[in-house]
Design a binder for this molecule. Structure first.
Ligand code: ADP
Length: 154
């Protein structure tokens, strides 16, 4: 630590931590899942966003609480509306990879004003089709923050 300011030490630590080591388990649903069932899944799994994937694992969408609320407060039957009509879809999804640092991932959440990012890897050589392997969220950041807070003298 010789000659380093506290802020530098903190920054160095954050840039050493990889998304791979801190990612959470993703909760995935199919495109034809109803908004109603997506809401139930959110409660059951205790998450704020769900990833919409095709058979074979390809990421096609992200659906958040507000996406579902929007449908629920409209005059639509949530059992009849598929999540594919409410989700944010590819290629507009902000993603991170396991090799990204926790710092870069956290910066993305702030920059795009979102609560979570799917952690992905390419499904083929085109690089356009992505497979979901995890979830990086504001809760992940809170956990990292607490872990770093545990490092202290005495
Ligand atoms: P909430 O709706 O619970 O506030 P977010 O702030 O994460 O959750 O979502 C806000 C909007 O951004 C929603 O329309 C959602 O579909 C979209 N969104 C969420 N995560 C992503 C992401 N990783 N990439 C692109 N859009 C996203």
């Amino acid at each position: 630590y010789a000659g380093k300011k506290t802020g530098q030490i903190f920054g160095d630590q954050l840039r050493k931590m990889l998304v791979r080591e801190y990612k959470a388990v993703p909760i995935n649903i199919a495109e034809n899942t109803s908004v109603y069932d997506a809401i139930v899944t959110m409660f059951m799994e205790d998450v704020g966003s769900l990833f919409v994937v095709r058979e074979g694992g390809q990421l096609v969408g992200v659906v958040s609480r507000k996406d579902l609320l929007k449908v629920a407060i409209g005059n639509q039957d949530t059992r009849e509306v598929p999540v594919s009509l409410a989700m944010t879809r590819m290629p507009n999804i902000v993603t991170v990879t396991g090799d990204d640092t926790v710092y870069d991932a956290a910066k993305k959440l702030i920059e795009y004003q979102i609560d979570s990012c799917p952690v992905v890897r390419p499904l083929d050589e085109t690089g356009r089709n992505l497979e979901v392997i995890g979830r990086f969220t504001k809760t992940t950041i809170a956990k990292v923050f607490v872990e770093l807070g545990e490092n202290r003298e005495v």
